[in-house]
Design a protein around this ligand. Sequence first.
Ligand SMILES: Nc1ncnc2c1ncn2[C@@H]1O[C@H](COP(=O)(O)OP(=O)(O)O)[C@@H](O)[C@H]1O
Ligand SMILES: [Mg+2]
Length: 611
Amino acid sequence: MNIEMNDARPAEAVSWRKRVSSLKHLPPVLKMVWKAAPGVLMCSLVSRLLAAVLPITLLAITRKIIDSIYLVTTHQRSLSRGFWFLVALEFLLAGVGIILARLVDFSEKVLAERYTNYVNIRIMRHAATLDLTSYEDPQFYDKLERARVQGADRSGLIQESGQLLQEFISTVTLAAGVYLISPWILCALVTFVVPAFLGETHFAFLGYSLNVQQTPARRELDYLRLLGASKESAKEQKLFGLGSFLVGKYKAVSDELYRQNVILSRRRLLVGSLLSLLGTVGYYGTYAYGIHLTLIGALTLGTLTFLAGAILGASNSIQALFSTFSHIADHALFVSDLIEFFGVQPKVSSKPICLAGPRPIRQGFEFKNVSFAYPGRSRQVLENVNFHLEPGERIALVGANGQGKTTIVKLLTRLYDATGGQILLDGNDLRDYDLESLWKEIAVIFQDFMRYDMTASENIAAGRIEEKENSFRVRAAAMKSNAEEVVRKLPKRYEQMLGCRFSGGVDLSGGEWQKLALARAYLRDAQLLILDEPTAALDAKSEHEVFERFAELTEGKMSVLISHRFSTVRMADRILVLKNGTIAEQGPHCQLVNSGGCYAEMFELQAAHYR
Ligand SMILES: Nc1ncnc2c1ncn2[C@@H]1O[C@H](COP(=O)(O)OP(=O)(O)O)[C@@H](O)[C@H]1O
Ligand SMILES: [Mg+2]
């Protein structure tokens, strides 16, 4: 993986246009925040508003108090009537300020939690609608990763948006105070603070673009970390002595990432400090000017105190305003990944007006001159495939690895759409059916079926999740697939946690997992059953049993079975032989054996092994 980069490049990598355009994603995010928790958001906003006008109020009170004191001490006037009231008010407001800060803190924590949950759930929902193609595309994976890790956790964004509002109001009120006393002082303040703002934004964008470039490398790190400590890889890792190789690979990549990050942080430290110092010069310069005005009698002592406080407050809050803004722009870039992810739409989808899956299926499925190439590939996996699967018929697909058997299943189940030709179901194009109702009629167990780290019962119920509480049906399905035998041996039976991920989980053998997977297919009340070599981990005898049972259970139903074993395949009513992306021969077992074609040849070869 190439993670080398020129240190000056990230600046160009994210263009200004992208920086500015990423801000347009803020409103949708704020809308999501609002949707996630409207009440909490209001509470936080009101607290922020009140907290924002507090500094100027406190300064105005202080100014009055100091001027009164000055009059009493130097001109021997008597204390005004409201004096002690002002002191008490200042004290009270300071207390209110502390409570408001706590309230803001609390509501933003709650808000962040709610928002994160809300977005994660939306991500899961959206991810479930996407095409299989998307998952097989590494670029999409990067996007999903960034959306998941960085888009969902935007507690900083929520906090900073609130802060921005508060700082903005503070700045405006304090600046207005300064302006009323001297417009020049305000001008000088703003001039000194702008460079710090530009610096902050610049580095925020550099950080983002570095992060984007590092995503593939981070994905590799995740993979290596998983590989270095997973059940699946442990055996090979030990025996092949791969441990130090993996550690070395991990270290090389992570060291490079570290180096890039440190270089950027160092530059940020240097430039950021210089620019902040400039801001400080602005503050003290204008403060000195205020002192000068007081000494020549142009300002009262109270006004000087007010001015000093307002200058300090304004310059701090202008600086904070700018840096908060640049942090928000930084967040906005990450958020754009999230919004883009939500924008990815599935290509395989139901039409607005579509047919419901037919029940019962009367004419079956028909492939008419079907061709297919995987997205982004030029090689045709299937070319002019023609066959008919009639109701009640059991067909078998045979062919060497990589001939396209699984691809046919993916087309039949509309996980992909054919790139040429047509697939018909009961005479209508498969694309005219509503996807969900079509999938209801099909049960498939793939070669790489899932092993859910959940209970045995849930593993079976996954085939028809709305029946998960129906233990009778779950058991009946388990009986059909012989999973009942497996479950009976488990300490907690159907409630037994399976897999090694969670404590108390029991791992099963490949064959036992397969029986559970088969039960899923039987639980599904489908009209078409497909078994795509799910029995690869079984010995010849067990596979034969599984398929014999399958044949019994699918009597009168449509089914497709894919296997390399001829003892199994011969049970099918008709066998399709796939060769070079097309159907080379088809017919019942006896006929194909007698015809002396490639099926007969393969059959002879396998039979010879057993003799
Ligand atoms: N997601 C994919 N993207 C690109 N090519 C693929 C993908 N899946 C399978 N292929 C290719 O399509 C061909 C047929 O694969 P497959 O249908 O899985 O074969 P079979 O099930 O007969 O072993 C193979 O050459 C394989 O490399
Ligand atoms: Mg396959």
